[in-house]
Ligand binder design. Sequence first.
Ligand code: HEC
Length: 175
Amino acid sequence: MRTHLPNPRTTDPRRARTASALSIFLIALLAGSCPAPPKPQPPYKPLATLEEVMHGMVIPNAHVVWKSVGTIITKEGTEEIRPKTEDDWIDIEASATILMEAGNLLMMEGRAKDNGKWYDLCRALVDAGDGVRQAAKSKDPEQLFTRGGYLFDACQACHFQYRFTEKDPNTFRSH
Ligand code: HEC
């Protein structure tokens, strides 16, 4: 009778084979891991210029948002502008969605002016657009007004940096 069990790792030929197969696999894995093959990039095709994105997407949809809420004070009296119908809210939400995603489109290679500050300012447009979107989803006119203001700030922040200072540092404009 044996006093102790043999070590199955060294004595069982099947296990020994598995172990060596495993180490070969690990070596292959290590060898394969450097250098990693480049991740395939999605085939983006940014055709519109920055100006075309501004005119085709950003400007008209910002106007939908800004015109939707406010107060007009004249000699004749005060007029409160608010979205009225379900369709009004749906239109505002759709415009906010376009503004939000336009921020992502502006980050694409070919439109991005650099890989730093530009991204932050595009992200600000994404966040501002999302803020308006949430206000439209919850049909909240006060929030819509406030976040419409944040949207304006996002436009300005980028324009001061890239639209005016780049073209003519002496130009000052309010929007
Ligand atoms: C991330 C940067 C950025 C953001 C955010 C941005 N813009 Fe612009 N915008 C520009 C640049 C750069 C130009 C100048 C393009 C050029 O002249 O080549 C421009 C130009 C414009 C113009 C002038 C177009 C013309 O024909 O000269 C308007 C109007 C405009 N933007 C409106 C807006 C509005 C409204 C928003 C916000 C809802 C906004 N932009 C957000 C970068 C931005």
